[in-house]
Ligand binder design. Structure first.
Ligand code: CU
Length: 335
């Protein structure tokens, strides 16, 4: 009952964090365990606080009584150390601290158990200000590369291997688990076990430059069958252009400035320093969560990325209107 009330009060207090980016969501195994631990800490700390406040008020109320002379108080001070109340209080503190230690220990143990048998390896490399994502099952022909999104199969333990290409970032999907830093030159690890299907939002949680706030990650947790379908689609090469306009866009994107930075599998575009665009239009957002995926936003982003995300490494190329139309048409084809 107390636990439910505390959880409810916290949720009401933190409604600003509700939804797809909610540290109290408990939609991942680790996240749920941390909420339980947080609840235990809150309840025990609250009880301790109320007891201390009560004892203080009690002492103050007695102090104001006229019969409590200085001499009487001295007598009380020397005798109080043997009073049962003090022994009881020390025992309560000991029990409280022991309970907190045990709860922390078992939470850590359970998290470590999840990490023993991961069924999937996802390599995530942070860049200013986007996420490079690679699914590496061990067989190069089965490797999938995408950007600014991850898909996770429901109930499957996933090993996320983290690196950074420039500065320190932090990977955080609040609904699923805690934060983990991405450090240049050093690999760090995180284990995710999603327990509820849905769409979530990850966010870089370490200030990493002027566009730190626009470094988000779309997370889709889906059934194993849906995940396999998505994975199979991602393994395919990019869709071929189907109309003259798309063909013009294909020619521009794969032979001009775009191809120097972006990779599109099955085409001459093989750049490796910007997000992979092979299935770009299947994603939910543009530029690491900066804009929702859609024709209007695509026009705005490609025509003038610096006005949407100042400081981004995506340059303003200066396309002619007909070039812009064709590039947008081709990119929309990359489902
Ligand atoms: Cu960052």
């Amino acid at each position: 009952m107390i636990r439910s009330l505390c959880s409810f009060a916290l949720i009401v207090c933190l409604t600003g964090c509700a939804g797809v980016q909610n540290a109290l969501g408990g939609d991942g195994a680790e996240g749920a365990r941390f909420i339980n631990l947080f609840t235990v800490f809150t309840v025990i700390s609250t009880i301790m606080y109320l007891l201390i406040a009560g004892a203080l008020l009690f002492a103050l109320s007695r102090r104001q009584r006229p019969e409590h002379t200085v001499e009487n108080r001295r007598h009380h001070q020397t005798s109080i150390i043997v009073k049962p109340a003090l022994v009881g209080w020390l025992a309560l503190v000991l029990v409280g601290l022991t309970a907190l230690t045990i709860a922390s220990f078992f939470t850590d143990r359970s998290n470590a158990a999840d990490a023993r048998k991961p069924a999937l390896l996802v390599k995530i490399t942070a860049n200013q200000w986007w996420w490079d994502v690679e699914y590496s099952p061990g067989n190069p022909s089965q490797t999938v590369r995408t950007a600014n999104e991850i898909h996770l199969p429901l109930g499957v333990p996933v090993h996320v291997r983290l690196n950074s290409n420039d500065v320190i970032h932090s990977f955080w999907v609040p609904n699923l688990a805690g934060k983990q830093d991405l450090i240049p030159g050093r690999t760090t690890d995180l284990y995710l076990l999603a327990r509820k299907a849905g769409l979530y939002r990850g966010q870089c949680a370490e200030f990493c430059g002027v566009q730190h706030a626009r470094m988000a990650l779309d997370v889709t947790v889906e059934s194993k069958a849906d995940f396999q379908r998505w994975y199979a689609a991602q393994l395919k090469s990019a869709a071929a252009p189907a109309t003259p306009l798309e063909l013009a866009g294909y020619r521009y994107v794969t032979t001009r400035e775009c191809s120097a930075c972006h990779n599109i599998s099955g085409t001459p575009a093989g750049g490796q320093v910007a997000p992979d665009l092979t299935h770009f239009a299947s994603r939910r957002s543009i530029a690491a969560g900066t804009l929702p995926m859609g024709k209007g936003n695509l026009y705005g982003w490609i025509a003038d990325p610096q006005s949407q995300k100042p400081g981004s490494h995506m340059p303003t190329v200066g396309l002619e209107p007909d070039e812009l139309h064709s590039v947008v048409a081709y990119l929309e084809r990359l489902k």
